[in-house]
Ligand binder design. Structure first.
Ligand SMILES: CSC[C@H]1O[C@@H](n2cnc3c(O)ncnc32)[C@H](O)[C@@H]1O
Ligand SMILES: [Zn+2]
Length: 432
């Protein structure tokens, strides 16, 4: 049995207390074996956590990881124009190799900033799955179906592909990959298709992940045409019958918050994307108060523009206070839980907490920095002051993904070079 000891540091416990402790993980089972007082445990290999804080690896609950290829290409527009004028024309030119390159780049960025699990929506999912496998991370993946602008055959093919991919890839990468059925949103997939394919996905035991209530423009047409709010419509077509989580959930009213709670449907809150596209402010504190599980996602790098979950925690806290008009709303401990335990809960992984028996998905933060001094309250630091670049080591499934800021699972320079070259060629093709 090979065991890795994270030694000399402080540890964030599930109740958000911090104690001086060592953490022993099994590289065979990929689980945390023990958390004990300094010096009490021995491992075959060690990670130095001196002057550091060991935290659960962060969970990015909604992203499009390969969209790193579009980073900085389409800024300063609202969602609909951003997608139709800028993003979709470039995405139409993406090759499987581009998506692989963009995914690898995004995963390297995530590892460098302490993220160990992600929930992704995109296409060419096999490429993304191979990149996740190589990264050693956990992921929930899926093929995203869009039917607007497609003929019957194309639309049905998209939904069938979403079903097939979800069935085919579930359990890949030794169980580190799970899948979801993914209609893109309630306005970009036609009702007939939802009514036909959603029950099939439900019968196959698949979880659902879709964009919902992101902008007012997504709410109004559904309300006008059907006389019901979008999430009531989602329930009608069966999308909330099983395990489900929606991305964004910005413009939800009280009835929809209750519906989310009643159906145990989670929300992946994307504060930076919601601010950048001026989509609106999600009522995060109200969602939490109603008992809805809310995780945090970066969304893609074209609407953020990075994949740093520390940025995202800070944004979630700040925006949550503005939305509630209450400085005590969405407090530091809450955002830390959202980015760890809640995210793991949404994705269905036994991660997000440092406890014997949980998945050994961890990050070590280097506290030896001016912006983290003094250290009155380390939970406050995690929410408001730590940056992705403060992460010293990243571990997932007991394996070291980054040691002393060197990524061990990819040749980082080669990944960056390949992505930059491919992104430049992609833009040239799109402009032709
Ligand atoms: C076919 S994969 C997903 C699809 O969604 C697009 N997308 C990226 N960010 C958002 C967002 O915030 N709302 C809706 N759709 C988004 C992405 O570009 C892909 O085309
Ligand atoms: Zn999205």
């Amino acid at each position: 049995m090979t065991e890795l000891l994270l030694t000399g540091g402080r540890v964030l416990r599930p109740d958000l207390t911090v104690e001086r402790a060592d953490v022993l993980v099994s590289q065979d089972s990929g689980e945390i074996v023990a958390v004990d007082e300094p010096g009490a445990l021995d491992g075959d290999d060690e990670l130095d956590a001196e002057s550091g804080l060991v935290i659960p690896g962060l969970v990015n609950a909604h992203t499009h990881v390969a969209m790193t290829m579009l980073r900085g290409l389409a800024d300063d527009k609202p969602l609909d124009a951003w997608l139709r004028e800028d993003v979709w024309p470039v995405e139409a030119e993406l090759t499987p190799e581009d998506i692989r390159a963009g995914a690898e780049l995004g995963l390297v960025e995530m590892i460098r900033s302490g993220t160990t699990a992600l929930s992704d929506m995109y296409f060419e999912v096999e490429e993304i799955a191979e990149a996740v496998d190589q990264a050693g991370m956990r992921a929930v993946l899926g093929f995203t179906a869009v039917t607007v602008g497609k003929d019957e055959e194309g639309a049905r093919a998209d939904l069938q592909e979403s079903l097939d991919v979800a069935k085919r890839l579930d359990g890949a990468a030794d169980g580190r990959i799970k899948t979801t059925f993914q209609p893109h949103s309630l306005t970009t997939v036609g009702e007939g298709y939802l009514r036909e394919f959603v029950p099939e996905a439900f019968d196959a035991g698949l979880s659902m992940h879709f964009h919902a209530n992101e902008t007012r423009d997504e709410v109004t047409p559904i309300l006008d045409e059907r006389g019901v709010r979008p999430l009531a419509y989602a329930e009608e077509v069966g999308l909330l019958d099983g395990d489900a989580y929606v991305a964004h959930g910005v413009h939800v009213d009280e009835s929809e918050i209750d519906l989310l709670a009643e159906t145990d449907t989670g929300v992946a809150h994307c504060p930076a994307s919601n601010m950048k596209l001026a989509s609106g402010m999600a009522p995060v504190q109200d969602l939490l108060d109603a008992g809805v599980t809310v995780g945090i996602g970066t969304d893609g790098a074209a609407s953020n523009n990075d994949l740093d979950m520390f940025d995202e925690m800070r944004d979630a806290a700040m925006l949550g206070k503005l939305a509630a008009d209450d400085a005590s709303a969405v407090d530091a401990g809450t955002v830390v839980e959202m980015a760890t335990a809640n995210g793991a809960d949404l994705l269905g992984f036994d991660s997000g907490r440092i406890e014997a028996g949980a998945n050994a998905d961890l990050a070590v933060i280097d506290l030896d920095a001016p912006h983290l001094t003094p250290a009155h309250d380390l939970v406050s630091h995690l929410a408001y002051a730590v940056r992705g670049s403060d992460v010293r080591h990243t571990v997932c499934d007991g394996e070291v993904l980054m040691r002393d800021r060197t990524v061990e699972v990819f040749d980082e320079a080669a990944v960056r070079e390949r992505a930059a070259e491919r992104a430049a060629a992609l833009v040239e093709r799109a402009e032709d």
